[in-house]
Write a protein that binds this ligand. Structure first.
Ligand code: AMP
Length: 212
């Protein structure tokens, strides 16, 4: 059983690493960002609320977020472990989840501010939900045509929250709300800090070495 959390500023590659870990260890990758992006499409009061919050780069309220995560972790597929990506985002969320479940490892992938901004502002996502491929106009993987997905031919788009103002806001919130939470995990001594400017494979190898 390996219960893991992966953290780091936006653009540090935590989603990429979480996907690789999930595949390697056959445990679910639970991204609160992905859960909220799905909810955002729903024509309901909660869907509309989440849409406004996400698009402006604000947090979804703690009570909603914590409830959703607790419910998700109760599902059968989490029995051998899970990798949580994008949660917790503040000390309150960290303490709430700590009360109900043991966390074996917390990975914090660090990158400088300007690297975050560069990576996020270049990110383009496939509009086809079944595909969801992610490219970058500045970095690899680049699509052959700037606006078209190589894999399925659908249009690529820039997430509202990957636009300049929202990026700056999300990074500010990361520094004020999420970074102070690291102390909590440092004291529990299950925090592993990684250099997110290394290659995807190097970061992944470090994670695997820490687990095995
Ligand atoms: P992400 O893709 O992880 O950057 O998440 C996208 C957006 O979803 C964030 O900007 C927040 O609006 C929302 N979100 C994701 N995770 C959380 C969380 N743990 N607490 C509050 N809001 C969250």
């Amino acid at each position: 059983m390996t219960n893991m959390i992966i953290l780091g500023p936006q653009g540090c590659g935590k989603g990429t690493q979480a996907k690789k870990i999930s595949k390697e260890l056959d445990i679910p990758h639970i991204s609160t960002g992905d859960i909220f992006r799905e909810l955002r499409k729903e024509d309901s009061e909660l869907g509309r609320k989440v849409k406004n919050l996400i698009d402006e780069g604000n947090f979804v309220p703690d009570d909603v977020t914590i409830e959703i995560v607790k419910d998700r972790l109760k599902k059968k597929d989490c029995k051998d472990g899970f990798i949580l990506d994008g949660f917790p985002r503040n000390l309150f969320q960290a303490k709430s989840i700590n009360e109900v479940i043991n966390i074996d490892y917390v990975f914090d992938i660090e990158i400088p501010h300007d690297v975050s901004v560069h990576r996020l502002s270049g990110r383009r996502t496939c509009s086809n939900k079944g595909c969801g491929a992610i490219y970058n106009i500045y970095l690899e993987p680049k699509s052959k045509e700037e606006r078209i997905c190589d894999k399925c031919g659908s249009n690529l788009f820039q997430r509202m929250d990957d636009q300049k103002e929202a990026i700056e806001k999300r990074l500010r919130t990361y520094h004020t709300e999420t970074e102070p939470m690291m102390e909590f995990y440092k004291l529990k001594s299950n925090l592993v800090v990684l250099d997110g400017t290394a290659t995807i494979d190097e970061v992944f190898e470090e994670i695997m070495n820490a687990i095995l």
